[in-house]
Design a binder for this molecule. Structure first.
Ligand SMILES: C[S@@+](CC[C@H](N)C(=O)[O-])C[C@H]1O[C@@H](n2cnc3c(N)ncnc32)[C@H](O)[C@@H]1O
Length: 231
C-alpha cells in the first residue's frame, strides 16, 4: 500500500492512547489487560481500517485489535476509529513480528488476514503473513478452536497459505475460490476487497481452525524480520 507520508500521523496516534497502544510499551498492563478480554480478534495488516471498523460496528460486544506497520495507514485508521466513536477497537502501529512476542499463549479468538501483500518471489516467502514461522505463532496465541479468516484475490498466495495450514494440520472449515460478497455473517468489506471486486477479480476466502502441531520446547519465538536476512 503506497501512502503519502502524513506528518500529523505520529502525533495523532500518540494523542489517542485511549485507542492506540505504544508499540514500545507492549509489556504495559494496559495492553495485557486489553488482551484479557474474552475473545479478542486481531487483524494483521489492517490498512486504513475499513474492515475492522465495519466488523466492530456489526459486533459491538466483541473486542478487536488492528495491527498495521505502515504509519500513514495506521494514522488514517486511528482517525477513523476515533471519529466512529467505537469503544471496541484498539490499534498498534507496528509490525506483527514485533507485536506477537507480547501476546500470551491462547488469548486470541480469531485472526483476520485481508489481502495481505503476496510477496510472489520465493526468496521473499518469509515476509508472507502465512509463512510457516508466523503460522506457528498464530497457533500459539489462538485459543483452542481459534480461527484464521483469510481473504485474497491472489491465487498463488491463497494456495500457498492453504497448503501451509494443511501441513500444520489446521482444519479448513470454509473454502471458496469465488467468494460472494459478505456471504458469511462474521465478515466485513476491506478497502482492497472493494477495489478488487470493482476490477472484477475473484475473491478467495478460507477459514482455518487452529491445528494440532505443537509449539512446544522445539518452537522458539520468532525473530523480528529486521534481524532476519531479508533478501
Ligand atoms: C495490501 S494492504 C491491505 C490492507 C487491508 N487489509 C485491506 O484489505 O484493505 C496490506 C497491508 O498490510 C500491512 N502489512 C504488511 N505486512 C505487515 C506486517 N508484517 N505487520 C503489520 N502490517 C503489515 C501493510 O503495511 C499494508 O497496509
Amino acid at each position: 500500500m503506497r501512502l503519502k507520508y502524513k506528518p500529523w500521523g505520529k502525533p495523532y496516534i500518540e494523542e489517542h492512547r485511549e485507542i492506540t497502544f505504544d508499540a514500545n510499551k507492549l509489556n504495559d498492563p494496559r495492553f495485557q489487560e486489553y488482551l484479557d478480554h474474552q475473545g479478542v480478534y486481531i487483524e494483521v495488516g489492517a490498512g486504513r481500517g475499513d474492515f475492522i471498523i465495519g466488523l466492530a460496528k456489526k459486533f459491538p460486544r466483541r473486542q478487536f485489535l488492528a495491527i498495521e506497520k505502515n504509519l500513514s495507514a495506521a494514522s488514517v485508521a486511528t482517525k477513523k476509529i476515533v471519529e466512529s466513536g467505537l469503544r471496541n477497537i484498539r490499534l498498534v502501529d507496528a509490525d506483527i513480528y514485533d507485536v506477537v512476542p507480547f501476546i500470551p499463549d491462547e488469548t486470541i479468538s480469531g485472526i483476520f488476514l485481508n489481502f495481505s501483500d503476496p510477496w510472489p518471489k520465493k526468496r521473499h516467502a518469509k515476509r508472507r503473513l502465512t509463512f510457516d514461522n508466523i503460522v506457528l505463532e498464530y497457533q500459539r496465541i489462538l485459543v483452542r478452536g481459534g480461527k484464521i479468516f483469510q481473504k485474497t484475490d491472489n491465487l498463488d498466495l491463497f494456495n500457498y497459505s492453504l497448503e501451509n495450514f494443511r501441513n500444520n494440520r489446521w482444519k479448513i472449515d470454509f473454502l471458496s475460490f469465488d467468494y460472494p460478497e459478505l456471504s458469511a455473517d462474521f465478515d466485513s468489506i476491506s478497502e482492497y476487497e472493494k477495489k478488487f471486486r470493482l476490477a472484477g477479480n475473484k475473491i478467495n476466502r478460507l477459514v482455518a481452525k487452529k491445528g494440532l502441531r505443537t509449539y512446544g520446547p522445539e518452537h522458539k519465538t520468532i525473530e523480528p524480520l529486521a534481524n532476519a536476512d531479508a533478501d
